[in-house]
Design a protein around this ligand. Structure first.
Ligand code: SAH
Ligand code: SF4
Length: 354
């Protein structure tokens, strides 16, 4: 596999490309103009482009499928150099606001959900990505390229109003080195300039890796896919809970450096008759007492062959009410893109079954 220019920080490119001022120009082409190939880079000499083209791709992936939902969510299937595919999602979080003259006073906000691996080793029993097993880690450039490709496709010219969530396919902390590198590249001042505060790493709870990520001090948020309040059910849903049990995760979260004004997000996938009862809500409140937490309840999104069911709306609301009445911040994830097979791995699976 060939490396791409998106695999490198600006500092690294300065080591690889001479003279230095060309790096600044190339960085502009990559992250401000979303260049797709060397031909796009108008002010770069042909000889330098040819030399670079021998070693590095500009864009290591291409969009092969796109599904747009009525709420503005767009789900993408991207093909990598080796023919493997991953998903990324463009989510519109807030509409733009205009004044009486039609001038924009506040721009629309978007969140881009990216994948970190082809497949996943964790093997959660409710997750479609897990069904295909694990194929390989994504490189830093392949993580970065998802954002660049989605921004290009949506003609999103500047870098404000973008958040990144590592909630696509794969377990981000199982690919920690490439994840950390991608986080750094996103943060670059002259690149996309998406700060740590605007990046959220979602993990199924590899507690030792939560500590390692914390030690890197990248300033990112974490979201914990908790999904269950006792180890027996959690191990059924997430088999590696045997090695990283609930207690070890809670302890690791307490050690994780977070902005004191912020909260750690706990994701709780609600499955009918499994974890949607008030007894579970009660345990959840107890479990999170010492943590500045916020809970995001997610409706289980069924797919053919799954033994699990989507919870009832009333149970979801009762669960939320219990948490809120006991002092926990709690939202129900609005099922953005539900009409376009939103849960992770579902677009890819459709493509495989054709
Ligand atoms: N591996 C990481 C991040 C990617 S999974 C993690 O597990 O946190 C992204 C999210 O998709 C997780 O919160 C997971 O719980 C959710 N998810 C997976 N399968 C789902 C399904 N069938 N319905 C709803 N959400 C699902
Ligand atoms: Fe992997 Fe996350 Fe799916 Fe679990 S939910 S199998 S950790 S991608």
């Amino acid at each position: 596999m060939r490396a791409s220019l998106l695999d490198y920080t600006q500092k690294e490119l300065v080591e690889l490309i001479k003279p230095k001022f060309r790096v600044k120009q190339i960085y502009g082409w990559l992250y401000h103009n979303y260049a797709d190939n060397y031909d796009d880079m108008k002010n770069i000499p042909k000889a330098l482009k040819e030399e670079l083209a021998e070693k590095y791709l500009v864009n290591p992936m291409k969009i092969i499928k796109k599904e747009e939902s009525s709420d503005g969510t767009i789900k993408y299937l991207l093909e990598l150099q080796d023919g493997k595919t991953v998903e990324a999602v463009w989510l519109k979080m807030k509409d733009a606001k205009y004044d009486a003259k039609g001038e924009v006073i506040q721009e629309a906000r978007y969140t881009i959900c990216v994948s970190t691996q082809v497949g996943c080793k964790v093997g959660c029993t409710f997750c479609l990505t897990a069904k295909g097993g694990f194929t390989r880690d994504l490189t830093a450039g392949e993580i970065v390229a998802q954002v660049v490709n989605l921004k290009r496709d949506n003609n999103h010219k500047h870098n404000r109003m973008i958040n990144i969530v590592y909630m696509g396919m794969g377990e981000p902390l199982d690919n920690l080195d490439n994840l950390a590198k991608a986080i750094e590249i996103f943060k670059e001042d002259e690149g996309l300039c998406i700060g740590g505060k605007r990046q959220t790493v979602s993990t199924s709870g590899l507690s030792n890796k939560i500590d390692q990520l914390g030690a890197m001090d990248l300033g990112v948020h974490i979201a914990i896919s908790l999904h269950a309040v006792d180890d027996e059910l959690r191990t059924e849903l997430i088999p590696m809970n045997k090695a990283h049990n609930i207690n070890s995760i809670i302890e690791a979260v307490k050690r994780f450096p977070i902005d004191t004004r912020k909260r750690v997000m706990f994701e709780y996938l609600v499955i009918k008759d499994k974890n949607d009862d008030i007894g579970s809500a009660k345990k959840l409140v107890k479990l999170l007492t010492d943590i500045k937490a916020k809970v995001n309840l997610i409706y289980f999104n069924p797919y053919p062959g799954t033994p699990y069911n989507r919870p009832e709306v009333k149970d979801m609301i009762n669960f939320q009410e219990y948490l809120v009445n006991h002092g926990l911040l709690c939202t129900i994830r609005d099922s953005k893109g539900i009409d376009i097979s939103a849960a992770c791995g579902q677009l890819k699976e459709q493509e495989n079954n054709k």
